[in-house]
Structures are given as structure tokens and as C-alpha cells.
Design a binder for this molecule. Structure first.
Ligand code: KMH
Ligand code: ZN
Length: 310
């Protein structure tokens, strides 16, 4: 594949893993999600990957109203590409999870490419007190999570979303997910260029080692040739190192408090924008040029910010 000349930074603003106790910086009210998203875009993120949260206690949400409370504000204040998660709950059905994307018809949405254990229960041991009642049980019970994304789920999500011309961020947590994606692509579900997010360091997925990044990339090259674009997300302390490595391999990168609460070893980030600014500084120092939102639209062949429904 020809080396991409611009580096797309995605920022994943709040997610569904971390809870308010874990960091005061984690946004969960619509005001804070909107403000941090706008600031992340100003810092250099051209794609904003968004989940919703309950405004009163930070619980994860796939409710339309919770998205409606921040999406228009983000659109008004930035030109960044909006990417809505369809993985916003680790326990709800795919039908519930795709509703925000079918309702708001963003330029992009996530699509998780396989069923898996998906756990963050070891985090529970770090906290004696919790800000909200739901948090402890939510984190501990992830030990029993099966994040369900069967072939039928994937097909139904793709078919439901097809009329919206949304580009998927294909979330691949392990090498088998690339083969799942290849199978689905061969059945005609997805249009090239597909966009793969290689994910490292989720408990239940492949570990955050550079060897694994090279292995995933080489496998994707073999399976998809010129028909794919790619990005890397390292969970927790692996975030900045793997993003830096990906940038040097010609890939795109994802940061944000969804994936890591840290700005450096043992130190909490103050905001999403702080992580974006840091990775931008690193990759620019190393010779990369960060893509604008319109350049990201061109690289990923997106439908355009005027064709969304919010
Ligand atoms: N939380 C990330 C590891 C989704 O939103 O669909 C993966 C993710 C999934 O972003
Ligand atoms: Zn997400």
C-alpha cells in the first residue's frame, strides 16, 4: 500500500469502560462531552469518536436524548468528523446499539468485528470509594462480560446502516477479527476503502506489543491489500507508545480518555485535548503531518459533514 502522507488523529472522548471515580477529567455531562470534544478538535483531532453518558451519574448510555444533548453543539463549533459508537453498551443487543447511528446518521460509526471477553474488572481493586453507586458493580461485573458481535449482528448492523452511507471504524481486537472482516467484506457488506482500528491491550483481546502491531498490520496487508486504511489504539499505558509506532509505520492514531486516562506513566490526563496535543507534538516532531478534517474525509472517502442528521 502507498504510504499515507497525512496522519489522522481520532480522539475517543469518554467511552464505556472508565467511570467517574477513576478520573475527574472523564467527561459525562453533555456540556463536558461537548466542550472536551471541541477542544480535542482544536488540538488536532480530525475525528471525534463519541459515546453518550447519563448526565446525572455518568453511567453509560445509548439513549438518543443523551446524544442529542451534545451532537449539535459539537457540529456547530467544529468541522471535525463525528463518529458515533455502536459498541456503547457491552451488554445490550446490536439493535439497541445501532439506534444512535441510525438516528443521527453520522459520517462514521464504530463496528465491532467479533464476540469476545471484554473485561476491566481488575481496575475495581484500585478504588476504595466510588463517586456513584453503579460504578463498583459495573466494573467488577465486567469479569463476566461477553461482548456479543456475532456474524449475524455484524450483518444486521451493516444492513441497517447501509442507507446512511456511514463509514465504519472496524474495531479489531485480535487477529481473528481481521478474518471476520475479510469474510464480511467478501460477502459485499463493506465498501473499500475500509477503515480498521487495530486495538491492543483490552483484557480479552491481543496484548499491547509492537510485535502484535506488526503482525496485525501484515495480516491486514495480506487480506485487504490497497483496500484499507488503518489506525491504532493502545489501551491504558500503551496508548502513546503504540500511537507513535503506528505513525512511523504510516498509520493513523487514536487517543482519548475512552482508551486511557493517563498523560504519562502514573499521571492522569487533564483532558482529551491534552492527550491530542501530546501525540500531535510527538508525531510532528517525528516528521508526520496531521490531517485536517477535510483531509480525513478524503483519505477515508466520507460522505461529508453536511449529510448528517443533527
Ligand atoms: N473502547 C474501545 C476499546 C466502540 O465504541 O464500538 C473500543 C471501542 C468500541 O471504541
Ligand atoms: Zn468507543
Amino acid at each position: 500500500m502507498a504510504k499515507q502522507t497525512k496522519t489522522i488523529i481520532t480522539c475517543a472522548i469518554t467511552g464505556a469502560i472508565h467511570t467517574p471515580t477513576m478520573s475527574d477529567a472523564l467527561p459525562y455531562t453533555p456540556d463536558d462531552i461537548a466542550q472536551q470534544a471541541v477542544e480535542a478538535a482544536e488540538a488536532g483531532a480530525s475525528i471525534l469518536h463519541l459515546h453518550a453518558r447519563r448526565a446525572h451519574d455518568g453511567g453509560v448510555s445509548v439513549n438518543i436524548d443523551d446524544f442529542a444533548a451534545f451532537l449539535p453543539r459539537i457540529k456547530q463549533a467544529t468541522d471535525a468528523v463525528v463518529n458515533i459508537s455502536t459498541g456503547g453498551s457491552l451488554t445490550l443487543s446490536i439493535a439497541d446499539r445501532v439506534k444512535p447511528a441510525t438516528t443521527f446518521s453520522p459520517e462514521m460509526c464504530s463496528l465491532n468485528m467479533g464476540s469476545m471477553n471484554f473485561s476491566f474488572h481488575p481496575l475495581a481493586k484500585r478504588y476504595d470509594e466510588w463517586k456513584f453507586d453503579w460504578e463498583k458493580d459495573y466494573v467488577e461485573s465486567s469479569e463476566g462480560n461477553i461482548f456479543r458481535n456475532t456474524f449475524r449482528d455484524i450483518r444486521e448492523a451493516a444492513e441497517t446502516l447501509a442507507p446512511h452511507d456511514i463509514k465504519f471504524e472496524h474495531e479489531c481486537y485480535d487477529v481473528g477479527h481481521l478474518y471476520n472482516l475479510k469474510f464480511c467484506m467478501d460477502t459485499g457488506l463493506f465498501k473499500a476503502p475500509i477503515f480498521i482500528q487495530f486495538i491492543f491491550g483490552i483484557l480479552g483481546g491481543i496484548g499491547p506489543e509492537i510485535d502484535n502491531l506488526i503482525f496485525m498490520k501484515r495480516t491486514a496487508d495480506r487480506l485487504f491489500g490497497d483496500n484499507y486504511r488503518w489506525s491504532v489504539l493502545g489501551a491504558g499505558g500503551a496508548q502513546m507508545g503504540l500511537a507513535t509506532a503506528a505513525s512511523q509505520m504510516g498509520g493513523n492514531i487514536r487517543v482519548g480518555l475512552e482508551d486511557s486516562l493517563l498523560i504519562s506513566r502514573g499521571k492522569l490526563a487533564e483532558s482529551n485535548a491534552q492527550q491530542v496535543a501530546k501525540i500531535r507534538r510527538i508525531v510532528e516532531d517525528l516528521g508526520c503531518t496531521v490531517a485536517t478534517p477535510d483531509e480525513a474525509r478524503e483519505i477515508l472517502d466520507l460522505k461529508g459533514g453536511d449529510k448528517v442528521n443533527f
